[in-house]
Write a new protein. Sequence first.
Length: 332
Amino acid sequence: MKVDYHIHLEEGPYSLSFVEKTIKAIDSYEPIHEKQGTKEWLMKTVDLMSKRLETTEYSKWWLDFYLEEALKKGIKEVGIVDHLYRFKETRSYFTKYMDVTSNEIGIKQAKWLDQVMVRNLNEFVELITSQKAAWAEKGVKLKLGIEADYFSGGEEELTSLLDGYDFDYVIGSVHFNQGWGFDNPKLKHHFEKNDLHALYQNHFATVKNAASSGLFDFIAHLDNLKVFNYRPDESRLFNMYQDVAETLAHYDIATEVNPGLYYRYPVKEMCPSSTFLDILISEGVKFTMSSDSHYPNDLGIYSDRIKAMLLEKGVSEIATFDKRKRNMQSLL
């Protein structure tokens, strides 16, 4: 069985690249028949983009494209998450723990936060909840999740933000290193200003804190700090990998095989790396499958490769989630 438990409906900041990718996605399901390059084609393209912006990512029209892709690729369970930083209710949490005040990082991150924090959490929850029955009729289980950035010391605030919502699962993720959003392309030069070994030590310490916090059902993209290909010789990270694997196993927290960095970022490597994956498997850590897609046409991407890889390495079950309970399903 194939599943995809890490799927987003939209991601800012909003740019011409966002427009291009959105139009490409729509064209996969509602093809534009007018000849490309003509005025008629452009008018149709503008109409579709206007519809997408007006109805928003929280529309049945947009979500149905994800269902169509799941059916096409044979994905039996689909977990939709959005980043917690998308939601206005969470502003005080992020402004407390990420740098929004310093001269360079802070100014750029404050601008970024304003660009991406544009929705209300209830809108997201209501959409996914309302469509579960319709998806089930088509043979696909739709799950409600959230991807929550973890900051060491922020457990109490995060708990209060997540309380009161009927999530099927909560993903813990680490996108910040001492307040710096390390996956922001406009800030990647800060890798060159830091000791890489120390950065990775801090990153994996935060990952371990997230795993031991009791807040999450699985931890996302464990080694995403490699996003822009800044990494010491991997042999220097083996002990860190082992510590993370032992922590996940001890607290019985799952992780994912995530191809997002492979098809969207310079490092072009899945999370976790092959060596890291072997260490996690040797410690008995549980896995789910994901795409980290931000557009419907990427749902389930590389799912066949991930399934085959896990089976080849002796992993025969995959983690699925329902009402914050993990269920292991046959991968065959």
